[in-house]
Ligand binder design. Structure first.
Ligand code: NAP
Length: 234
């Protein structure tokens, strides 16, 4: 049986761990991002998902790789997080975040769903901020709420196709995105770690495991799963 993972944003972080795990489990892997994953055997297709016409540059290359594939796992992982707030939210910034975090996933869906055999899966990366907001991340919060809507619509619109979907919502995971956002101050890192009941950050490999498990089990169809080690409520 020939299995294929198509994933966005596997050049680092959660995406890279996910690509490695699927590859170790027998999947061919195609990554879409601006910089390559540089993993042996992984096909890197260069794409800037913030550019509205990126799909035109990858359509042929992706389509040619789908021949003879029995199962496709499509993982919408690429994401961008910027600091901004309601009332001072530059339109261009909001559009760019929505392009990468939401619109690109929909474009990939349109390209791939008609070619996805029964037994395939579409996994979205949401966030704790898919279901709550914190100050100063308005465009990201907006986009991650939209991801849940897109996943739920995927579940409804693909009923009967044998393709299942779910949204994995990581908590504080130790990647470049988190480090860029909170910096390297040990005291801040310790405080963030203390917000989990395990008193540590989530490892990208743990999120990859969750993505893989959910992709294998249609019973999760339509589910929003929080993978955050249990966040401490004050
Ligand atoms: N880390 C966390 O704490 C956390 C928490 C909740 C949710 N998440 C979600 O988990 C997913 C992965 O996050 P991460 O922490 O692994 O982030 P990361 O380390 O910053 O990696 C982000 C990935 O997205 C790709 N990407 C960003 N902008 C892109 C663009 N314009 N075009 C194409 N690819 C682009 C990057 O590739 P290039 O730069 O090479 O293009 C990179 O591979 C994201 O959806 C994020 O929102 C993360």
């Amino acid at each position: 049986m020939s299995k294929l993972l198509v994933i966005s944003g596997a050049s680092r972080g959660i995406g890279k761990s996910t690509a490695q795990l699927f590859q170790a489990s027998g999947y061919k892997v195609i990554n879409l991002s601006r910089s390559p994953a540089n993993l042996e055997g992984v096909l890197d297709v260069s794409a800037d998902l913030s550019e509205p016409r990126w799909i035109n540059h990858v359509r042929d290359e992706l389509s040619n790789r789908l021949e003879g594939i029995d199962e496709i796992a499509l993982v919408h992982n690429a994401g961008v997080l910027v600091k901004d707030k309601v009332g001072e939210l530059p339109q261009e910034q909001l559009r760019r975040v929505l392009e990468v975090n939401v619109v690109a996933s929909s474009m990939l869906n349109d390209l791939l769903i008609p070619r996805m055999p029964s037994g395939s899966s579409i996994i979205y990366l949401g966030s704790t901020l898919s279901e709550k907001a914190v100050p100063g991340t308005a465009s990201y919060v907006t986009s991650k709420h939209a991801v849940v809507g897109l996943m739920r619509s995927t579940c409804q619109d693909l009923a009967g196709t044998g393709i299942h979907t779910a949204c994995i919502c990581p908590g504080f995971t130790d990647t470049e995105m988190l480090r860029d956002n909170i910096g390297d101050d040990p005291e801040v890192l310790e405080a963030i770690a203390g917000m989990q009941t395990y008193n540590r950050l989530v490892e990208p490999e743990e999120i990859a495991q969750a993505i893989f498990s959910v992709s294998q089990q249609p019973v999760f169809n339509g589910a929003v799963l929080h993978t955050n080690l249990g966040q401490v409520e004050n």
